[in-house]
Design a binder for this molecule. Sequence first.
Ligand SMILES: Nc1ncnc2c1ncn2[C@@H]1O[C@H](COP(=O)(O)OP(=O)(O)O)[C@@H](O)[C@H]1O
Ligand SMILES: [Mg+2]
Length: 242
Amino acid sequence: MDAVASERLTSSPNVANIYGFCGQSAMNEIANPTGRVLIKGARKLSSHQRLSYAIDVAQGIAAAHGIEDRSPKHNITFSSQINLVSLVHRDVRSTNFLISKSGRMILHDFNCARFMTYDESTGASCGFYKRECDQDRAPEECWGLPLSEKIDVYSMGNVFYTILTGYTPYTYPKRYTLEEASDFVRHGKTPVIPTEIIENRNPALQAIIKVIRDCWAYHPKDRPSAAQVAEELSVAYKRIYN
Ligand SMILES: Nc1ncnc2c1ncn2[C@@H]1O[C@H](COP(=O)(O)OP(=O)(O)O)[C@@H](O)[C@H]1O
Ligand SMILES: [Mg+2]
C-alpha cells in the first residue's frame, strides 16, 4: 500500500518519493524526521517558516486525497468528480512527515491508507469502519463511527498545532496519559494553544490558528477539505509576504 500510494503521488512535491520496491521493502527518498525540528524546536522557527510548513502539510494531504484509484473494481473517474476523495491516509501525525533535502515537509508512511469506495448509482461515499483512538486521532475514530477522509483533516489540525507550538497533542500544559488524551478527543476537548501564541498578532501565526480550529471541528461535515485549507493558507501567504 505504501509503495502504491507513494508511486502514484510521485508528482507531488509534498509526498515522499519512492524509487523502487520489492515485497515489503521500499527505497524511498532520504529525508529528515520532523521530530527534532518541530517538537520543542518549532517555536524557534520564524513565522514565515511555520506557515510554509503548514502549506506543505495541507498540500501533501490534498494530493493524497486527490489520488486516483484506477483498479478495475472501481470505475468512477475521481478527477472528473471534484468532491470524490479516493484515498484516506489514516495515520496523519507529525512523525509521519519528513523534511526533504530542499526543506519541504513531505508526507510519508501510507501503511494504513485506504482507498475509498463509492456507491456508483448515487456517488455517495460508502465510508469505512476502524475503531482506534489516541491523541492524534479524530473523535469519530474513537467512537467507532463511519469514517471518511475528514479524519485526515482533523489530524492535520494536530500537525499544524505541532508546527505552531512545538507540542504534540495533549503534552501542554502537562503531559496527559494516553487514556486521558483519548478521552479528551472523544469528548471534543482539543489541545490547548498557549495563550501567548493566541495573543500574538503575527498574521502568519493567526492564519495557522484559524485553520487549526476549522480542522478540529467535532463533526466531520463541518471540516473543510484539505485542498480548501491548502488554498486558504496559500492565499494568506501571498497576502502577508508578497
Ligand atoms: N525516507 C526516509 N528518510 C528518512 N527517514 C525515514 C524515511 N522513512 C522513514 N524514516 C524514519 O523512520 C521512521 C518510521 O518510518 P515509517 O515509515 O513512519 O514507519 P512506521 O510505519 O513504523 O511508522 C520515521 O518516523 C522516520 O523517522
Ligand atoms: Mg510512521
